[in-house]
Write a protein that binds this ligand. Structure first.
Ligand code: IPM
Ligand code: MG
Length: 359
């Protein structure tokens, strides 16, 4: 049976970067017997434009019939004025919730070839290898009550940051399990000095640790300190486990250690489904200009091969092809440090060429 993958290019640079990932998948099919098929559907602003719904029923049906989902990015200024449920971001949050993708893995690995691309000193970022495990379907993104109202003649907005213990327990388990396959260290990040929701978070993480993963080294850090430590001494971290909002922020921060947010892939995994996407957004300012960095999306394909398609062998080939491309000095504009930058499609072609040579 061929593997079936749902392709959701989305908005902005989404279609361009996904196109390069598909070229890589073609090479895997032709030269490495991947045996994957794919079908495209809309999400985000593109879906709103086509069907007035950022996560239409046709897309829902497709993603649930597939072995994995590959998504580009959503969002853009043309949809910002729409009512919240119609906005592209609402489509992304709905697909995460609908597929139960509670565990979001965001690896930040500094490539030696890009040491000088970071705004931080090479000696600080060399060897950084962090996995942010972000809770993705609860916390303040989804908490009730939420709203925007008029109170005493002035506008008031509010959200609720809430976690149930079962939600903390399942993400903590994923983080500890991931740590066992890496350097065996978990740092749990919250704000337990101020927030009750964080107090619960810490309590549950400690319970899971004591009862199920006592062999893993566990530490706790307040989010403000974690933001500082990520810049001060990022090599102290192995796995960071944290809630939805803190994970959103810290993973963007961590991406800068690698030199560009254009380098970070992600996997969002639930009990039944999995979705893969670069962590960067739709970059409307460079959309359609063939300038975007497709490597985060190509590396997301590698994560898909590893976690959903049971092809660790091919995941390693794709990652090696990316390294060889960087070794050869090929750089998109976000990574260029004196080199003449190549286009998005030229970067994709270079990775395909390097991959083909590994066959
Ligand atoms: C991300 C993005 C999304 C998020 C936005 C686009 C809703 O920033 O995947 O990190 O906040 O989760
Ligand atoms: Mg984000």
């Amino acid at each position: 049976m061929p593997l079936k993958i749902a392709i959701l290019p989305g908005d902005g640079i989404g279609p361009e970067i996904v196109n390069e990932a598909l070229k890589v998948m073609e090479v895997l099919n032709q030269k490495f017997n991947l045996n994957a098929t794919w079908q495209e559907a809309t999400i985000g602003g593109a879906a709103y434009d086509a069907e007035q719904d950022p996560y239409p029923a046709s897309t829902q049906a497709l993603v649930k019939s597939c072995d994995a989902v590959l998504l580009g990015a959503v969002g853009g200024p043309q949809w910002e004025a729409l009512p919240k449920p119609s906005r592209p971001e609402a489509g992304l949050l709905r697909i995460r919730e609908d597929l139960g993708l509670y565990a979001n893995y965001r690896p930040t690995k500094v490539f030696d070839q890009l040491l000088d691309a970071s705004t931080l000193k090479p000696e600080v970022v060399k060897g950084v290898d962090i996995l942010v495990v972000r809770e993705l379907v609860s916390g303040i993104y989804f908490g009730q009550p939420r709203g925007y109202e008029i109170v005493d003649g002035e506008r008031r907005g509010f959200n609720t940051m809430a976690y149930r213990e079962s939600e903390v327990r399942r993400i903590a388990r994923k983080a500890f399990a991931a740590a066992r396959l890496r350097s065996n260290k978990v740092c749990s990040v919250e704000k337990a000095n101020v927030l009750e929701v964080s107090e619960l978070w810490r309590e549950i993480v400690i319970e899971v640790h004591q009862n199920e993963f006592p062999d893993v080294e566990l530490s706790h850090m307040y989010v403000d300190n974690a933001a500082m430590q990520l810049i001060r001494n990022p090599r102290q971290f192995d796995v960071i486990v944290t809630g939805n909002l803190f994970g959103d922020i810290l993973s963007d921060e961590a991406s800068m250690l690698t030199g560009s947010i254009g380098m970070l892939p992600s996997a969002s995994i639930g009990e039944k489904f999995a979705m893969y996407e670069p962590i960067h957004g739709s970059a409307p300012d460079i959309a359609g200009l063939d300038k975007a960095n497709p490597l985060a999306t190509i590396l997301s394909v590698a994560m898909m091969l590893r976690f959903s398609l049971n092809r660790t062998d091919l995941a390693e080939k794709v990652e090696l092809a990316v390294e060889k491309t960087l070794d050869a000095g090929v750089r998109t504009v976000d990574l260029a440090d004196g080199q003449t930058p190549v286009s998005c499609s030229a970067m994709g072609d270079a990775v395909c060429l390097a991959l083909g040579e590994l066959a």
